[in-house]
Design a protein around this ligand. Sequence first.
Ligand code: F6R
Length: 639
Amino acid sequence: MARLNLLEETRYEKLPVSVYSNQHEASVAVANRIAALIRAKQAKGEKAVLGLATGVTPIGVYAELVRQHKDAGLSFKNVITFNLDEYYPMKPTAQQSYVTFMYENLFSHIDIEKANVHIPDGTLDKDAVAGYCLAYEKQIEELGGLDLQILGIGRTGHIGFNEPGSAPNSGTRLVTLDDLTRSDASRDFGGKANVPTKAITMGIGTIFKAREIILMAWSKKKAPIIKKAVEGEISGDVPATYLQLSQHVEFVLDEAAASELTRFDTPWLVKDCVWDNILKKKAVIWLANEIGKPVLKLTEEDYNNHGMAQLAVEQGPVYNINIDIFNQIQHTITGWPGGKPDADDSQRPERALPAKKRSIIFSPHPDDDVISMGGTFIRLVDQGHDVHVAYQTSGNTAVWDDDVLRYMEFAIDFTNSIGEDTAHLKQSYEDMRAFFPNKQPNEIDTQEIRNVKGFIRKTEAISGARYAGLQDDHIHFMALPFYETGKIKKNSVGEEDVLLTIELLQKVKPQQIFAAGDFADPNGTHLVCFKIILAALDRLKGKEAWVEDCWLWMYRGAWHEFETHEIEMAVPLSPQEVIRKRNAIFKHQSQKDRPVFPGDDAREFWVRAEDRTRDTAQRYDRLGLAEYEAMEAFKRYMF
Ligand code: F6R
């Protein structure tokens, strides 16, 4: 029976959505439903037929199922599985195959019969694919159809590998992958060029026939596509919107993935709100942007026409609200990121005292400092603060192989020039030359190569920090061990990572910390690095007096910026400072032109940095504040 949406709050949502505070809780909830289904079927002596997905999203669900198998005796003897998809062509033994993925994350750890596992075959001849796909469909049908299908969602809106353009009645077939999907997969394959262009996938029609469908999505990265899938019009441009037609679907989200749904993003449009300052600031800035007016020109009518009448009534007249918010934004702007000496600081983002602060900038990779806050970095130094920079990881996975040879050739020539023996160096060099041509995508480099790659980034970082004005003894390389796997997948954080951070903090005793507060990529290095700093501070808190006076400022990495209402300190840059920042970024030569890990943005890092800081300045300008060339944005983290 159709599930009716009875709530005003979810008025814009065209299918049922459950939101959990984090992906762990959500994954456990989904795993519990799967376990309940398996047990119910067991009790009836029936098979449970499951449709399974791969990707980062379901990993937590599989981990919980494995846990329940080990700790709670959940058996998979009566389970038959069909995976959604597989790259084509693809050997099952390849590291990137979905066969490898499924065995690593689930099948190898449970008691499922191997014969009950079905994953599309990426090894077939092209001619054999169509027949194989039909047989795949038939097998599912003969078993009575899928009891439950779990899904992730791609940023193109794909489910399975049904990319934009897929028809709602599509069946299992060979498809061409979208360019964005291939970019997203490029990390797993050691470069986009190695990502297959095709895949075999169950169709939307196949998925639809499942008796229950659960689509999961975590993290802010998925928020825009989730909004489209849940609130958008049904369209082949976003294949997941077809799920709106199903009577048996549910989206399970964490708060970050749900954050752009109307009820969370602009709740005043769908319900009465408790108007605290944060919401008020967000709403007024939203209103100004929505209708293209500066804050001080917003009228009562504007408020009323955009779901903000309640705010106007409770806290109006609206002009007073406008002035209040305008002043709050105005007070975030400061040319004194270390505090302005001898000034009243009651309305400034930073404290006036001590006039000269000890500041430490934590940079997850060796270039985030200058890319993300190079202007502020330079200003802090110019204004006489005792600035340190700490590069948390070596960044040694992100250097091209041919750069390694270039530096080795340099080392050999130099060693020769001072009359030293180069036999050893030459041997290493020859080993490297022999290694590279046979290197498989994503194969781990030898330790020597990893060292050279790390040294390359180290010299660049020193050069950048020195350009910003630092003395050598204020430049720290932490090479945190969690990162040193040589692979994209890193180790979990260990005691050593935290201890190294504590040691540095104890040495510097900072009044200010700047750190990359990036929460968009849940498994990303930036977030891990941030958590390590928090863990270190947590242990020092209450034990060392300086911690009480230490403020932690978050900046954002190369990928995205804070929303305007979130910004608590905006540091304007002059046109000249923009150029100085650019020069500092240029010191990172190995990341210039075409970095190894560009993400899905074709722009070079310095261009992204300039576009972003110009955009922040323009956002302030449009709200009616002063017009600057560029601005770097920060938000304080209370620990
Ligand atoms: C995987 C699949 C894809 C993924 C989607 C999201 O079997 O069919 O649709 O679910 O690409 O991938 P992640 O979870 O890695 O973000």
